[in-house]
Write a protein of this length. Structure first.
Ligand SMILES: *[C@@H]1O[C@H](CO)[C@@H](O)[C@H](O)[C@H]1NC(C)=O
Ligand SMILES: *[C@@H]1O[C@H](CO)[C@@H](O)[C@H](O)[C@H]1NC(C)=O
Ligand SMILES: *[C@@H]1O[C@H](CO)[C@@H](O)[C@H](O)[C@H]1NC(C)=O
Ligand SMILES: *[C@@H]1O[C@H](CO)[C@@H](O)[C@H](O)[C@H]1NC(C)=O
Ligand SMILES: *[C@@H]1O[C@H](CO)[C@@H](O)[C@H](O)[C@H]1NC(C)=O
Ligand SMILES: *[C@@H]1O[C@H](CO)[C@@H](O)[C@H](O)[C@H]1NC(C)=O
Length: 269
């Protein structure tokens, strides 16, 4: 894990509001809004095998030689092939959903070449070791955005939930000091675990005495809290024309649903 090497680049990124989050070794999402970047020499890393989730280790590395390289389960699986095209190259995603590798200062050396309407987008190192761009955002929790614990964490936790997943009572997602939990009484709550009282930042205010609830995300991006096998306790009510979406617990404490999948290194179908 390396840190940004170029002061001019840092100033540039700050000038343009890009939040680099050095030390984000176990992160695996880049956002268009508020913007984040994978900076020169930085790497994303994803490994849930210690938590008995049987996918291989994945990493995405913005190499100092300007090549953006994806590794999965020990092998190189994809690259932008931009070696030697510039110095201080970094990866961002823009408000049209296009991923761009730029060299110092702003010259693009690689683009994903798929654009969509203006909105908020997320670039994910996915659970299966592939890359995916999702958006625009179709739903967001109503709490105020804020900055998470600035301390870097090297513990991988899962903070993305995909369509076709079903999760029972318990921890749903965790990002640093933020945790989304489906409680035993069927209330879906977003907590700040840094506070003694575990402040609730957002909740569905749902209740069921049956202790059998679960959450699902439909392919069209609608999030549900259900119980009694399939009865709906809560729904997000926003949908998009999509067959695959992602719910992300972002670094600013907001839950956001992005869909459809606009670009990927390997289609699911
Ligand atoms: C990862 O590599 C190991 C050892 O080479 C192999 O047994 C395993 O099936 C691979 N996992 C995936 C998801 O490809
Ligand atoms: C990079 O080069 C490899 C090997 O030539 C090729 O298979 C791959 O498609 C290229 N990547 C991109 C993004 O074009
Ligand atoms: C994107 O489009 C440019 C210009 O047409 C082309 O040179 C480049 O190879 C394309 N990139 C990908 C990843 O397809
Ligand atoms: C995380 O970082 C700390 C301090 O650098 C180190 O002691 C610990 O072993 C690391 N844990 C993992 C799982 O890498
Ligand atoms: C979704 O719509 C239902 C029915 O109109 C409404 O009762 C519920 O409050 C809405 N949910 C949200 C999260 O807005
Ligand atoms: C759903 O997946 C199929 C198969 O890849 C694809 O052709 C189609 O465009 C997708 N539909 C939507 C609405 O995204």
């Amino acid at each position: 894990m390396a840190f940004p090497t170029s002061v001019p680049l840092l100033i540039l990124l700050l000038t343009f509001g890009l939040l680099g989050r050095p030390g984000s070794a176990t992160d695996f999402v880049i956002y268009s809004d508020p913007p984040t970047a994978l900076l020169p020499g930085q790497m994303f890393h994803y490994d849930l095998t210690p938590q008995d989730i049987p996918y291989g280790r994945a990493s995405l590395v913005m190499k100092p030689d300007c090549n953006l390289v994806l590794y999965f389960n020990g092998s190189k699986t994809w690259a932008t092939n931009t070696t030697g095209l510039g110095d201080n190259c970094y990866l961002t995603i823009d408000s049209h959903g296009e991923a761009i590798v730029q060299r110092n200062i702003h010259y693009p050396v690689w683009r994903s070449n798929k654009t969509s309407v203006v909105g908020s987008y997320a670039f994910l190192l996915q659970w299966n070791g592939e890359l995916g761009i999702y958006g625009p955002a179709i739903w967001s929790s109503s709490n105020e955005g804020e900055l998470s614990d600035p301390k870097p964490s090297n513990i991988t936790t899962d903070y993305v939930f995909y369509s076709y997943s079903v999760l029972p009572i318990g921890k749903i997602l965790e990002y640093k000091n933020y945790r989304l939990v489906l409680r035993d009484d069927c209330n879906l709550v977003l907590l700040d675990t840094n506070t003694n009282t575990q402040d609730i930042k957002w909740q569905t205010n749902t209740y069921s005495p049956l202790h059998d609830c679960f959450i699902t995300l439909d392919p069209n991006g609608e999030l549900f809290v259900k119980h009694n096998r399939r009865d709906i306790l809560w729904r997000s009510n926003e949908t998009t024309n999509s067959n695959f979406s992602a719910l992300v617990l972002r670094y600013d404490a907001k839950l956001v649903i992005y869909g459809p999948q606009l670009w990927t290194t390997k289609p699911l179908w």
